[in-house]
Design a protein around this ligand. Structure first.
Ligand SMILES: Nc1nc2c(ncn2[C@@H]2O[C@H](COP(=O)(O)OP(=O)(O)OP(=O)(O)O)[C@@H](O)[C@H]2O)c(=O)[nH]1
Ligand SMILES: [Mg+2]
Length: 278
């Protein structure tokens, strides 16, 4: 992710041609930073003196990453309710498992609802994680009503006074309005039992700029409060994180870097920026 190292080296060398700037722009675009932000960053780099350029770029990146709270919501006196949504295969179920592991490690109790009733294997997948991590999974029947699974899980969570209730939902294409409506229905049913504290949208970092379109659609349908950016261990250049936050104003709360429960961390803007600049 060392996006700027080459260009900074050139700037330090005292010769930056138009071709060099074009090359920098291409590098930034390929890293999924998005055209608007790329142009802004290049303008800053061109304007600043060589010795100030790195500082100026760092400041520009910092201001691009919103200074909002990235911590997971926490309700008082009732279970904190977290819905996990996103398009197919982005890593929702794995992220739910990683989250329940994190919550358990922090000494809090957690119950999970297997509200993906579309795929037979989805329920089993979550149950396997539940057994491994030691977390109760509330599941319904294959092809049953996901809203009723959510209702049962919420009832249990309230009765047992657990700290967190996490809901794994089925993957759905953000362009399919019937599926998006179903998500709104799950939300409405859940709200009858408990306020919803967090809706995490899981975005696969390798999908690039389409992540922004997904975020906008889910935000409209179900009121997303934060993002989980997965597969940051893969070929993704990671610039998408900046572009998404900038375009949606939604904070990236967690980052997935692999398939194991421990391959998960809170998003640290400063570490992210230095890895872009290193
Ligand atoms: N490398 C890597 N793989 C991941 C990460 N997160 C999830 N995966 C893998 O991505 C694949 C899909 O993950 P799931 O968690 O099943 O995705 P999902 O969004 O629940 O999928 P659907 O429920 O079918 O929509 C699995 O093979 C996961 O192991 C990650 O951060 N890095
Ligand atoms: Mg899943």
């Amino acid at each position: 992710m060392a996006l700027f190292s080459k260009i900074l080296a050139k700037l330090r060398g005292g010769s930056t041609s138009d071709a060099d700037w074009d090359e920098l722009r291409t590098t930034l675009i390929e890293a999924d930073l998005g055209a608007t932000l790329c142009d802004e960053l290049i303008e800053i780099a061109r304007r600043e003196k060589v010795e100030d350029c790195e500082v100026a770029l760092t400041h520009a990146l910092e201001s691009a990453l919103t200074s909002v709270d990235r911590s997971l919501a926490r309700a008082q006196g009732r279970p904190t309710t977290v819905m996990v949504v996103g398009v197919n295969g982005t890593g929702k179920t794995t992220s739910v498992a990683k989250l329940m592991s994190l919550i358990k490690q922090s000494g809090n109790s957690v119950v999970v609802a297997a509200a993906d009733t579309f795929r037979a294997a989805a329920i089993e997948q979550l149950q396997t994680w539940g057994e491994k991590i030691g977390v109760e999974v509330v599941a319904g029947k294959f092809q049953g009503d996901p809203a009723s699974v959510v209702f049962d899980a919420a009832t249990l969570a309230i009765r047992e006074k657990v700290d967190y209730l996490i809901i794994d939902t089925a993957g759905r294409l953000h362009t399919k309005s019937n599926l998006m409506d179903e998500l709104s229905k799950i939300r409405r049913v859940l709200e009858k039992s408990s306020p919803i504290d967090e809706v995490l949208l899981v975005v696969d970092a390798t999908t690039g700029q389409n992540g922004i379109v997904q975020a906008r659609s889910f935000l409209e349908a179900v009121g997303v409060t934060g993002l989980v950016l997965t597969k940051m261990d893969g070929s993704a250049k990671g610039g998408i994180a900046l572009a998404i936050e900038r375009e949606t104003r939604l904070p990236i709360k967690f980052v997935g870097t692999g398939e194991r429960a421990e391959d998960f961390s809170t998003f640290e803007a400063s570490i992210y920026i230095s890895s872009l600049l290193e």
